[in-house]
Design a protein. Structure first.
Length: 171
């Protein structure tokens, strides 16, 4: 509530940038997983041709493309961005209405007319604009948190798999 409009716009852009970066990281991660799966498939085919058939639990655990949690997070963030855009346009309209009211108040004061009703309406419009901007920030922040959470969760299994590989190589 204490942030200026410019600060809120800047923060909103930063959060949208973070969401974009996380989406890009997720896509890159998915491409790496696909490459790994393809390499495993090729090596298992080589093993089968060589008569050395073995089960690879890692290949069974991997899914094609996005995990269900990743897909859910991506859809959720897309919805959140759309919602934030709507909230942003509402905030802009509220700001425009506030500007009109301020101009009307100045004119009415110059004419000697009563401006109390317009001052009350101006206060309401300004409060609504602040509420909408706050809601927009919360929406984007929550979407960002969810994407970061999913990204961390997807990186976690890789680390344990890498440890397992290192232990097997050392044994």
């Amino acid at each position: 509530k204490e942030m200026s409009v410019e600060e809120k716009m800047k923060k909103r852009q930063e959060i949208q940038q973070q969401i974009s970066e996380l989406k890009q990281q997720l896509r890159q991660h998915q491409m790496e997983k696909r490459k790994e799966k393809q390499q495993e498939k090729n090596s298992s085919m080589d093993d089968m041709l060589g008569g050395n058939k073995r089960n690879t639990p890692k290949a069974e655990k991997q899914s094609t493309g996005l995990s269900q949690e990743s897909m859910r997070a991506m859809i959720s963030s897309d919805v959140a961005i759309s919602q934030a855009q709507v909230q942003g346009s509402i905030a802009t309209k509220m700001g425009g209405r506030a500007g009109v009211l301020e101009a009307e108040i100045k004119l009415d004061m110059a004419r000697g007319n009563d401006v109390e009703a317009k001052k009350e309406e101006l206060a309401e419009v300004q409060q609504k604009a602040i509420n909408v901007e706050t809601a927009q920030m919360n929406t984007l922040t929550e979407a960002n948190r969810e994407l970061e959470k999913v990204a961390k969760e997807e990186q976690q299994p890789e680390k344990t798999e890498d440890k397992d590989k290192n232990e097997n190589n050392n044994a």
